[in-house]
Write a protein that binds this ligand. Structure first.
Ligand SMILES: Nc1nc2c(c(=O)[nH]1)N[C@H]1C(S)=C(S)[C@@H](COP(=O)(O)O)O[C@H]1N2
Ligand SMILES: [Mo]
Length: 214
């Protein structure tokens, strides 16, 4: 572990160490990608449900952003170049209803993670197809992953297949296992026991509301 270069110190959140490697963190295995059957679907509280095929998705306009990764297991990797489609572009097609304040990311194999819709509207959020000048590697979420740089990296679903727009904020896969609903690395929001009482109530009630609706 190298000591942190003082010039970079203000980019490294508390409790994090820098790595130049790109570790793979997956619960389970790397799913196979079949371009013939792949879809990306937006549903829930939207004016227009949209499902893109792989070839349709590749037609969408792209953005490039450079951002830092902060994983809750304490590694950070600076200056990642991502290329992909912005969530704002997706929203132009689906138009969330006014009551849609939360988004549940749905990935292959049932992985989910929850954020506010606001969290996904920053200019640095991207549905990434490419990383550091190459197509996203399968282990890192290829063909498509979410990247939300301002939150711990578990909030960036690999192998993303859909976004569900909601008026409740139900905990996703790691959030149900005890990780934080917000996950701001600058506030070290790592675990559920650091959540406010109000947020813990929301966690329980939102999970129940979603179950009852289905
Ligand atoms: N679908 C899916 N997305 C996922 C995960 C996963 O297990 N499955 N792991 C999360 C966690 S905990 C982290 S730290 C990052 C790791 O991304 P990487 O393997 O590209 O470093 O992906 C996140 N997204
Ligand atoms: Mo992680």
């Amino acid at each position: 572990m190298k000591p942190i270069d003082p010039a970079l110190a203000d980019r490294v959140p508390p409790g994090q160490v820098l790595t130049e490697k790109f570790p793979v963190l997956t619960y389970g295995g790397t799913p196979a990608f079949d371009p013939a059957t792949w879809t990306f679907r937006c549903f829930g509280l939207v004016e227009h449900e949209v499902s893109w095929t792989w070839s349709e998705f590749l037609e969408l306009p792209r953005v490039r952003v450079r951002s830092d990764i902060h994983c809750v297991t304490t590694w950070s990797r600076l200056d990642n170049d991502w290329e992909g489609v912005s969530v704002r572009e997706i929203l132009r097609h689906v138009t969330p209803r006014p009551e849609a304040r939360y988004v549940l990311q749905h990935a292959e194999q049932g992985y989910t993670t929850n954020t506010t819709l606001d969290d996904l509207l920053s200019d640095d959020v991207v549905l990434a197809l490419r990383h550091d000048g190459r197509d996203l590697e399968p282990d890192h979420g290829g063909p498509l992953r979410m990247v939300v740089p301002k939150l711990y990296f578990w909030k960036s679903a690999k192998w993303l297949r859909g976004l569900e727009f909601l008026d409740v904020n139900p905990p996703g896969f790691w959030e149900r296992a005890g990780y934080h609903m917000n996950a701001d690395p600058w506030r070290e929001e790592r675990y559920a026991d650091q959540e406010t009482d109000a947020m813990q109530r929301m966690r329980t009630e939102a999970a129940r509301a979603l179950r009852e609706r289905r």
